[in-house]
Design a binder for this molecule. Structure first.
Ligand code: SF4
Length: 376
């Protein structure tokens, strides 16, 4: 699957802070226009970053891109069109919160060229949604997907979270049943993680919130893989399931180490040789762009860094790690290293024609297994 250049736009605003979230965002929308203006400036400043000007995916993430007005969206698209080209095959995704999905907004998104919606449902349990501090109810979640479908969106992905203290095998089975019934083309489902600088993290460290039950999470994961694959979804990345023809181009671009440009506060970019990340603060980002200062930090990637990233991302996917490709990209020393590590973990891997993928037992342990392959 060859994707090539993608663009990510980070929209750093949310109505309220979800209890588990550690993405960068502000709940004050007062300087939204100024940030959008700075992003337009960044589009100009970074015009030579990507090796390829014909863009295969554009992704509005955040934060909450569904808070953008039609004027914001036109400004960003207009500015991108000054430097890049794209066509009807280009996947153009916008992340939306269910409470922002209205007939008017859907019309605006369609007219702007958005052809894929990522709707953050997370749960169908109102008590759990409240605990997550989501700004919507389960009823709004269901309504938002139906409305988007009625308005002609035929490439929709939904996000779910599993493993909270509310979750049981039964409730997750019911959630998956509802999710499958919605008829979307893609489902992303993430095991809850407790991040330190979040409301949930602070509750956990104070002892008022329990840790995530690893044993139960493993059972929930197994149930999810079985239910979704039976329903016709391709399990192509640990947390991602798509109907054939609807695997996410944008995220696959990341996992296949293709170049991408990230725009907006905290966004990351990668161009094969280096990785860079923008200032994680709206005011500092705006100020740096206004004054012509550097607005990002950059890390040049040594051969071993690129190998480690390759293993970390590829092992999570259906495409796996290809020994021949490793030798071609990283040389004989690293391919020998990979082969030796693969041998020591063969119980968790499948191998076919020199391509290594995680087997069912290995999938839930993906990140831990990948770290055993690292070259340090
Ligand atoms: S989960 Fe999404 S909507 Fe909630 S705070 Fe994080 S970025 Fe905002």
């Amino acid at each position: 699957m060859q994707i090539l250049s993608g663009i990510y736009l980070h929209i750093p605003f949310c109505k309220q802070a979800c209890s588990y979230c550690d993405f960068y965002f502000s709940t004050s929308l007062a300087n939204k226009d100024v940030v959008i203006k700075s992003m337009v400036k960044e589009i100009e400043e970074s015009q030579n970053y990507l090796p390829e000007k014909n863009i295969k995916s554009i992704y509005f993430g955040g934060g909450s891109p569904s808070l953008l007005s039609n004027v914001d969206l036109s400004l960003l698209f207009k500015s991108l069109s000054n430097y890049y080209t794209w066509d009807l095959e280009t996947e153009i995704t916008l992340e939306a919160n269910p409470d922002d999905v209205t007939t008017e907004k859907l019309k605006v998104w369609k007219e702007a060229g958005i052809n894929r919606l990522s709707i953050g449902l997370q749960s169908f349990n109102n008590e759990e949604l409240k605990w997550m501090n989501r700004a919507h109810s389960a009823e709004e979640s269901l309504r938002s997907v139906k409305l988007a479908q009625e308005m002609g969106f035929h490439n929709i992905t939904i996000d779910l979270i599993y493993g909270s203290k509310f979750q049981t095998l039964k409730s997750w089975d019911e959630t998956l049943e509802i999710a499958i019934g919605l008829g979307t083309q893609h489902i992303s489902a993430y095991n809850l993680t407790i991040e330190a600088k979040t409301v949930l993290g602070s509750g956990y460290y104070k002892g008022s919130e329990p840790s995530v039950d690893e044993e139960l999470s493993k059972e929930l994961f197994d149930l999810m893989v079985n239910r979704l694959t039976e329903a016709g979804f391709v399990h192509y990345e640990i947390s991602n399931f798509g109907k054939p023809g609807f695997l996410a181009k944008h995220n696959s671009n990341y996992w296949l180490q293709e170049a991408y440009l990230g725009l907006g506060p905290s966004a990351h970019s990668y161009n094969y040789e280096s990785r860079q990340w923008n200032l994680r603060n709206n005011n500092l980002y705006v100020k740096a762009l206004e004054q012509g200062d550097v607005y990002f930090e950059r890390e040049e990637l040594a051969l071993r860094d690129r190998y480690n990233e390759y293993v970390l991302t590829r092992l999570r996917t259906l495409w796996g790690c290809d020994l021949l490709e490793i030798e071609k990209k990283f040389g004989p020393e690293l391919s020998d290293h990979f082969r030796a590590r693969a041998h020591s973990q063969k119980k968790l891997l499948d191998e076919k024609d020199g391509i290594y993928t995680l087997n069912h037992a290995g999938k839930f342990l993906a990140d831990g297994i990948a770290s055993n392959f690292f070259f340090l």
